[in-house]
Ligand binder design. Sequence first.
Ligand SMILES: [Zn+2]
Length: 429
Amino acid sequence: MTPFTSTKRTHNRLCFPGMRILSLLLLSIVASPLLAAEETATASAKFDASLIENDTVTITLKSGVEYEDVEVARVTTHTKTGAPQRLIGTLKSGTRRTFTFASIDEVTKGEEIVFKNTNSGATKPKAKSKKEVDEEEAAKQHELWLARLQARGVKPWGELTEEDHAKAIAVHKERYEKAAKLMPTLQLYETEHFLFCSNLHPEQVRIFVASLDRMYEWMQQTYGVDPEKSVWRGKASVFAFAQKQEFVAFEKEFLDNPDTGFAMGLCHNDWERNVCITCYTGTDPEYFGVLLVHETSHGFLHCFQTQARIPSWVNEGMAEVIASKMVPTSGAVQLKEKRFFESMRTIQQPRLGESFFVVDQNIPADRYGGASSLTRFLIQTDQEKYVKFVKLMKEGMEWEEALSASYNANKDQLVSAYGRWLGLPHLLP
Ligand SMILES: [Zn+2]
């Protein structure tokens, strides 16, 4: 999606240029000891919030991250003491943010410092617990992460409330009920993260649902997703049909897709983080399980952390590897890898080809085996580095830069090492 621009990093501080600044004010604050222990900031002087509301300021956080041109919408204060608590404003990118004053070092308006947190200095009244230190470090890392996203023009997914999730689940269920009126054999099976709607035999459904739940758990653990938060909005709805004509009819009627082409399964994602997967079994239930996990992994990756897109070879490669891991009884992915290897082995000068690494379209069908074996190679080499590689691309970093930052290798080195691992020592990109 958005093109990568370099991070404006100066030492440990990230700055965003082009600010207009405003005036300031400081008035003595009388903070009680109780207040100091609360999540409020101690200002060196009393702070009159009204003087910065609807104005543009620069906010420097204790983490060192600086936000210029923040348009202040509102400042909340402690009802009794008047100490500032939260600043709600709009960043230059147009993103709405809430800052707690406890996390702010200073606020400047023009050349003047309108707020200075006197708790931000070196004088610490008491030693912090490990939990406090960890929380502060996590908050600092989060601020730095947000700043890197902003520098690359990548939007993080916003917070979803319980109400958002409940509404999305209700919408999915409504669609299921409408579909069930047309196909009375359709049953709904609900798990923690999925709404599985199917006219397949319940015993078959149980196996498929279990593999999806395992995939979700594996992705959650591997990528460090907060278990308290759903990666997508509500639950992912899955419509798994016995017959191709049911899948085609459902796509047309409910998802506005008149042409499913040769697809046996599709993943529909949107910019609200709704995920709907549709598919039909065909004659091979094992392959169907692979397909289901494959499509769902696309939904997961789309909803993970940010709206940044991942190149097709990584996205498809990961989907294939996870699918073969979750449905080990199927040899479908291994077969594609074998076919890819055989097709390369017979060529005098084997190449992955230009279309393999393109970022704005899907890899060709005959390269899926290459994408999955290359992904397998990267994960086997170092899973932690692979996770870092994916996370950096989710920050908006181009894949070759992310590869260099995680595996310390460039594209040629990657292909050369992969070729040797695969038994194709002369493989070229
Ligand atoms: Zn795919």
